[in-house]
Design a protein around this ligand. Structure first.
Ligand code: GDP
Ligand code: ZN
Length: 459
């Protein structure tokens, strides 16, 4: 049983400027009522209502801040406890003052990072997977990653894992019956059944694991290097993508001195863009540092955008880059299509498939849709536009799914080899346990603490 009441400033996701104080615990309502001046006492407020009034400092009797207070009585709240949210409009300083007053109330203390979510989990309000999704929500860098995490927080993935677990428990029950009543002699039926149930669970796990990589991409962005000879339009591309003018654009070859990283989303596809200085031999020392960094950035990149000048015949430097990049995920951008066409596309097509060649004009900002399509085809097998956003993106979930998968494979093999059913049962049970761990059924205290300590304060 939880006795203390916790409070923290909780900045709502996606609303950077607005700070809310969230309070949860047995004294949340009565404690806040003592410092809240309004027409009627907060103690009488109905659940899920917003109440207007002022926070007063009980030691001085002074009004601290004009506020809106939301009351949510447990268990119909995020933590399943009584929850109060104080919405102060007066900016960070005012909110901090309000929090100070709140924390003076008896039984109140500052929440640890992730503690609200931890309470929701401990009170059975959400499962562990949903709780972890809240971490992802806070960290997600792109809109799409945000919707994936939100969908997960709502329990979409939990539902799939539960269904999977149901398949396994049915099998387990079947095996147990067989062990307990061997005289029924249903051995053959059972081994066919084992293969069938394990097989369908393995298939479902396989589908989930396939989404894992896409989930990671959505969360972290595709590490993307922009390369090309000087003056082909790399910085201009960067600028078109970022719509800011952070990278230097100039007519003088080699003026992008350093690697600049920027996070952008191209119609929902998150890219971590590295603007790499023109890769070429140079005597300029400052330039050389940039070139060194570009080289290592290039080695790490998951996607390479090679920019060529459509308005010039292919240069030896272009050909060198095309050769160097063989076997990598490359999209060739033919830039400056607003100018007359001089480049020999046939030669480029000897190095990269035609659908990885995109015609663009940075000057006229044309071809972005084609670039987006090419990236989408390369990384998402064209499935990105589907609304099925239940991705497995958490490393812990991935390794547990793999472990469950291995146990099921072992069970099938054992069954094929005619190994006694009580041995097979061990594998099936361990698959069941691995899946349970994903949902938080079998986790020890230390793991729970570890997971929740990753949160921001106020969540
Ligand atoms: P970088 O050295 O590869 O980074 O090239 P920049 O982005 O600095 O561009 C070099 C020059 O080409 C600048 O003068 C740009 O304005 C010009 N440029 C870039 N893209 C285009 C384009 O699509 N069309 C035309 N006509 N000029 C462009
Ligand atoms: Zn540049």
């Amino acid at each position: 049983m939880i006795h203390d009441t916790i409070a923290a400033i909780s900045t709502a996701v996606g609303e950077g400027g607005i700070a809310i104080i969230r309070i949860s615990g047995p004294d949340a309502i009565s404690g806040t009522a003592r410092i809240f001046q309004s027409k009627t006492s907060l103690n009488e407020a109905q659940s899920h209502t917003v109440n207007y009034g002022h926070i007063i400092d009980p030691t001085t009797g002074e009004q601290v801040e004009e506020v809106l207070v939301t009351v949510m009585r447990g268990p119909r709240s995020f933590t399943a406890e009584d929850v109060v949210e104080i919405n102060a409009h007066g900016g960070v300083v005012a909110v901090k003052q309000v929090l100070d007053v709140v924390l003076q109330q008896e039984g109140f203390r500052t929440a640890e990072p992730g503690e609200f979510t931890k309470r929701a989990f401990l009170n059975g309000r959400i499962d562990l997977m949903q709780a972890e999704a809240v971490i992802d929500l806070i960290r997600s860098k792109s809109d799409r990653a945000f919707s994936v995490a939100r969908k997960q927080a709502e329990g979409a993935l939990s539902k799939q894992i539960k269904a999977l677990r149901q398949t396994v428990i049915e099998l387990l029950a079947h095996i147990e019956v067989n062990i307990d009543y061997p005289e029924h002699d249903v051995e053959d039926l059972t081994s066919a059944y084992i293969r069938e149930q394990c097989g369908s669970a393995i298939e479902a796990i396989g589908k989930l694991l396939k989404t894992a990589n896409e989930g990671k991409i959505l969360r972290e962005g595709i590490l993307t290097a922009i390369v090309g000879r000087p003056n082909v339009g790399k910085s201009s591309l960067m600028n078109v993508l970022t719509q800011e003018n952070k990278a230097i654009v100039t007519d003088i070859p080699g003026t992008t001195r350093d690697v600049i990283e920027q996070f952008v989303t191209l119609n929902g596809i998150p890219l971590r863009l590295l603007d790499t200085a023109g890769i070429r031999d140079t005597e300029d020392v400052v330039e050389k540092i940039g070139v060194e960094r570009s080289r290592s950035a290039l080695a790490e990149a998951e996607l390479i955008l090679l920019v060529l000048n459509y308005n010039e015949p292919l240069q030896p430097g272009d050909r060198e880059l095309l050769e160097q990049l063989a076997g990598r995920s490359v999209i060739v951008i033919l830039n400056k299509t607003d100018l007359p066409h001089q480049l020999e596309i046939e030669v480029v097509e000897q190095f990269v498939p035609a659908d990885s060649i995109v015609r663009m004009s940075m000057l006229e900002e044309r071809g972005l849709d084609r670039l987006e399509q090419a990236i989408s085809d390369m990384f998402f097998e064209g499935q990105l536009e589907s609304n099925d956003l239940t991705y497995v993106s958490n490393v812990r979930h991935i390794s547990l799914l793999k472990r469950a998968n291995q146990s099921l494979v072992d069970a099938i093999e054992a069954s094929n080899m005619g190994i006694p059913i009580d041995v097979i049962q061990i594998d099936v049970r361990s698959a069941w346990e691995s899946l349970g761990e994903i949902l938080g059924d079998e986790v020890g205290d230390s793991l729970i603490d570890q997971i929740f300590s990753q949160f921001c304060l106020g969540k």
